[in-house]
Design a protein around this ligand. Sequence first.
Ligand code: PLV
Length: 313
Amino acid sequence: MEGPLAECAKGEHFHIVTPLLESWALSQVVGMPVFLKYENVQPTGSFKIRGIGRFCQEVAKKGCRHLVCSSGGNAGIAAAYAARKLGIPATIVLPEGTSLQVVWDEANLRAQELAKKDGWVNIHPFDHPLIWEGHGSLVRELKAVLGTPPGALVLAVGGGGLLAGVSAGLAEVGWQHVPIIAMETQGAHCFNAAVKAGRLVTLPDITSVAKCLGARTVAAQALACTKEFKVFSEVVEDVEAVSAVQRFLDDERMLVEPACGAALAAIYSGLLGRLQAEGRLHPSPASVVVIVCGGNNIDSGELQALKAQLGQG
Ligand code: PLV
């Protein structure tokens, strides 16, 4: 056995090699083979364990005795899981109060403050080279199964850690020409704002329901990726992301969160077809891969509530 499967068998990392399955239903929607990379089945429910696991293992080797993370979302779950596996205590600093995003900055400051203690290390949810390196493992798995490069790769962008990691992974396997369709929701669109402005932009607030995409400023590395890779930055409305969640549940019987709905909306909202019509994407690509990034922060009640809130109920 070689490659990522062997790495996993040896227990060298905390993520699993996730399934890559062709979806008949989604392929019908866009008229080309759509492959789904099921990161929602990771032990922590999202791709985050790849990069955060990598980061935690590395700092543990260097003597870290306490991990700190200010994300109450998937990054925090991954940090807690990795810490437990390593047998190191972890403090997850959660925002308190109603305006989640504003207090998130406070939680982040508090985490940075805590990490000044001797032996304590703060884990950034998306902005660190080790995190990108860990996320890049996903592309090695794609190559091992697909062999030939897909016509496009669709992913969601929050702070841009997944984008930076996947880009690095594409370069590593010689697939740097594969177009990346980088999806965000309106109100959590810090990457799109940066691409348009040509520099980093800080959003005043996160107004989207896709809270896991809720970084106010994207990592500089994500913006830098647009210089070296073919990245299409696209924004969908919350309504499109949530209806993608519902359609995906009906099509594939998997319940994912709105952050992931943003990526799936590239298929369901007709965006791929538009990119083809505009000549920006190959008219008949061999396949398209969508990263099904996460399925936490959602249950049947929450989906109903989101639909009602967005007038889809
Ligand atoms: N969520 C991070 C960062 O939020 C968190 O703390 O949980 N899809 C899912 C399901 C996610 O949880 C995230 C990130 C993303 C996509 C986007 O990944 P990123 O931040 O690496 O672009 C701000």
